[in-house]
Write a protein that binds this ligand. Sequence first.
Ligand SMILES: Nc1ncnc2c1ncn2[C@@H]1O[C@H](COP(=O)(O)OP(=O)(O)OP(=O)(O)O)[C@@H](O)[C@H]1O
Ligand SMILES: [Mg+2]
Length: 416
Amino acid sequence: MAWCGLDFGTSNSTLGLADGNAARLAPLEGDAVTLPSAIFFDAETDDPVFGRAAIATYIEGNDGRLMRSLKSVLGSDLMEQETRLGNRKIRFDEAIGLVLGRIKLLGEASAGHKLDSVVQGRPVHFVDDDEAADAKAQATLEDVLRQTGFKHISFQYEPIAAALHYESTLNREELAVIADIGGGTSDFSVVRLGPDRARLPDRAPDILANDGVRVGGTDLDRLASLAAIMPELGYGHVVRLDGLKAPVALYHDFATWAKINFAYTHQVLSAVRQMKRTARDPIPFERMETALEERLGHWLALQAEAAKIALSENEDTRIDLGRIEPGLGVWLDRGQFGRAIEASMTRIGDVISRCVAAAGVAPEKIDSLVMTGGSALLPMVRDALSKRLPQARLVDADHFGAIGLGLALEARRRYA
Ligand SMILES: Nc1ncnc2c1ncn2[C@@H]1O[C@H](COP(=O)(O)OP(=O)(O)OP(=O)(O)O)[C@@H](O)[C@H]1O
Ligand SMILES: [Mg+2]
């Protein structure tokens, strides 16, 4: 018998399974234990394709729609909106249901039995500063899980889940801050951990504070795109003799994973064609026209994401825009990118400081700063966090698995 924890991430999802001995992650795509939270609907067959295969099918140029960052829509008014797919339309909650249903099925195949109960991870805030919207986000997720067939559903904060997994590796007690910097949100918990404490039935007294903010890797993709890619497509360019510039919202939405599909309308296309006619320099708008006609928005977002990831290793990187125009490319370096994301880094830093203050402990009392989530691999993110806790030991947890594993441990505790 295994108990399951589900980490439905903005970018990647995992399903943890804990039996009497240990926790492990179920394979969700071939041997891979992460499933990119993406779904592609083929225009001809209407059949959904998931994960890496979804992204690959889109990249190959198949006609259809890609949806990514579905989680970021939870709690927003986009939830009720539909995306047109050939002859039918699909709502975001239906798309989320398909992804979660797929994960459940694969988890059951791996466990060898039905999974009725689940501990579902959640960010500390789905939505910033709006409790009603936040509650609605969780309620929607719970409804979707129920529709996929789960009978017992409960929630745990993602950073607490990561803490529980990290704790299983400790041999002495410590005061830790867990920082989970994912695709959609940055979440923090201040916790007292240790091998003896792990056995206590009630952990509430060990959880000193939780906090979070809706800033994550997908925001950094958008900022990279607005800094380097979108200007090549007309962002910031003058479109009329009186000096009027191209509409900012168009480019912001086109650089935002969850909103890209909304740009594919006749109105947007004709507005861009109009700008091409009146602009001093028509070329960028010609490129934007191509991007819309050929549905290259997700491809551009993937180029931005790849550039961001490349900057984790390199000083600069060339972003290939050859699908927009043969030979076209732009360079992005760490300095430029650092300036583009500076305000976001300050926000993340402010929230970790606020969380430690809410815990009622002095920053120098924190023993370890435990990093998880894909975006915590970015040097700018690490600097922004560690400079708030300069004395803490930096620890890297399993960046893509810690939460799913911790949720499974929690599921065993709750349901066994
Ligand atoms: N080496 C890297 N450097 C920088 N960013 C990275 C790296 N590898 C992955 N990422 C980014 O990490 C993010 C995904 O991280 P993760 O899988 O932890 O998020 P998630 O759990 O899906 O999101 P959330 O928890 O916010 O819902 C993506 O934005 C991805 O681009
Ligand atoms: Mg996550």
